[in-house]
Design a protein around this ligand. Structure first.
Ligand code: PLP
Length: 406
């Protein structure tokens, strides 16, 4: 059997397609397109291999799933059962994480916007760390922590060296002074970590290297000022697991160790907060060609409202009805949002025959598609979770209003 999109849970032979242990034809009898499919075992494999690998390389390694990549309850339950931590950016995510039973010492919360209600909830629930993007949040958190007689661990996001990045704190003499001043009066705050996240879909090891160099220069600066940091958090940014192979992970781990060796700093506890790597290639859309135009454009029954460019997925398109045919003929693919901007791919290698009603598989749609989807007035897709031969409907637009968190 041949892997489709490099995914071991998507196989084809004799023009038939197997999704985990279910034949695509069986799914198509039961469900209509557009259908969003999640592969439970792929999520588990991705988490396990990431953990096995980094636990082997680093003595004290922690991992927090970036919930915003995919916050569907059934997906989060899978993540929770694999024993990793969670990273939430806001109150709805924190509420979900607590409801699902993530232990508070495995939850970190933070982002550019920390409303008081979120801070209070973090403190009341004794969550592991609050991540701040601005030093002004220190006093705000301290005041609330004082009220609850609690010392809150803080992680400071430092600005990465990425061109034009605005997220986080740039430590210069002035900001170091501000931090020292704040810490001298805020006795209910302990700075335990610094975080630098460079970007998403980092295929190039140089980007990871730049990120670690940023962390090291900030650690040095803080150390010179007698601010001792126990943990470094390198954020996320790994591409889908089928796109980023294990040997690239090996290179990243070696590079991190090397950079620390050269810096003569002791390697602190290390953590990552990946989102896409765990769930990206565990999601796929099943869609249909609804129209073919003469200049090799096809229109399919999804669009950027549910498969948005903003999600930055490594989209791959396959003609599932002609899967054994060579995919080597340039074809452009448009969605159904009535604007010329709804283009999913241009000059993509696809089958020579283009037929209305053919099924199209779009892979690598497990991360950020739902997060960045919008409310364009089309019916939402049905969402199913496949494990072996079992299929569970986890979102049915006939009965379920929405998948958003509130
Ligand atoms: C601070 C931080 N950590 C982790 C992530 C997760 O990134 P990814 O899903 O690319 O691994 C993001 C995504 O934007 C982020 O901003």
């Amino acid at each position: 059997m041949k892997k489709i999109s490099g995914n071991p849970y998507l196989l084809s032979s004799d023009n038939k397609i197997l999704i985990d242990s279910i034949h695509l034809d069986e799914l198509m009898e039961e469900y209509k397109t557009p259908l969003l499919v999640f592969l439970e075992e792929r999520i588990r494999d991705n988490i396990k291999s990431f953990l096995n690998f980094f636990n082997e390389e680093f003595e004290n390694f922690h991992c927090f799933y970036s919930l915003k990549a995919n916050y569907l309850t059934e997906i989060c339950k899978i993540v929770c059962s694999e024993g990793i931590g969670i990273k939430a950016v806001g109150w709805p995510e924190l509420k979900l994480a607590l409801k699902l039973g993530f232990s508070p010492n495995k939850i970190i919360v933070g982002g550019p916007y920390l409303p008081e209600m979120l801070i209070e909830s973090c403190i009341k629930n004794k969550i592991k760390e609050i991540i701040i993007y601005s030093l002004s949040d220190i006093k705000k958190i301290n005041n609330i922590a004082q009220k609850f007689n609690h010392v809150q661990n803080i992680c400071i996001r430092v600005i990465s060296q990425k061109y034009q990045s605005k997220l986080g704190i740039k430590f210069d003499d002035n900001q170091i002074k501000n931090l020292k001043d704040a810490l001298s009066i805020c006795k209910n705050i302990k700075v335990t970590s610094i975080l630098s996240h460079f970007g998403t879909q980092m295929n190039n090891i140089g980007q990871f290297e730049q990120n670690i160099k940023t962390i090291i220069s900030n650690l040095k600066l803080l150390l010179e000022n007698k601010i001792f940091i126990e943990n470094i958090n390198l954020g996320g940014g790994f591409p889908e697991a089928t796109v980023m192979k294990r040997d690239q992970l090996i290179k990243i781990a070696r590079m991190i160790k090397d950079c620390f060796k050269k810096s003569s700093l002791v390697l602190p506890n290390i953590s990552f907060e990946p989102g896409r790597y765990f769930v990206g290639d565990a999601g796929l859309f099943l869609s249909k060609i609804i129209r073919v135009s003469e200049d090799r454009w096809i229109f399919i029954d999804i669009g950027n409202h549910i498969c948005p460019k903003f999600a930055k997925c490594s989209l791959r398109f396959y003609n599932a009805s002609l899967i054994d045919e060579p995919h080597k003929y340039k074809t452009s693919i448009a969605g159904i949002v009535p604007t010329d901007q709804d283009v999913l791919a241009k000059n993509y290698f696809f089958t020579q025959k283009l037929r209305e009603e053919d099924n199209v598989i779009i892979t690598n749609t497990g991360a950020y598609c739902l997060t960045f989807s919008n409310r364009f007035p089309y019916v939402l897709p049905t969402i199913i979770l496949v494990k072996g031969e079992t299929v569970k409907t986890i979102f049915d637009p006939k009965f379920d209003k929405d998948f958003s968190l509130s």
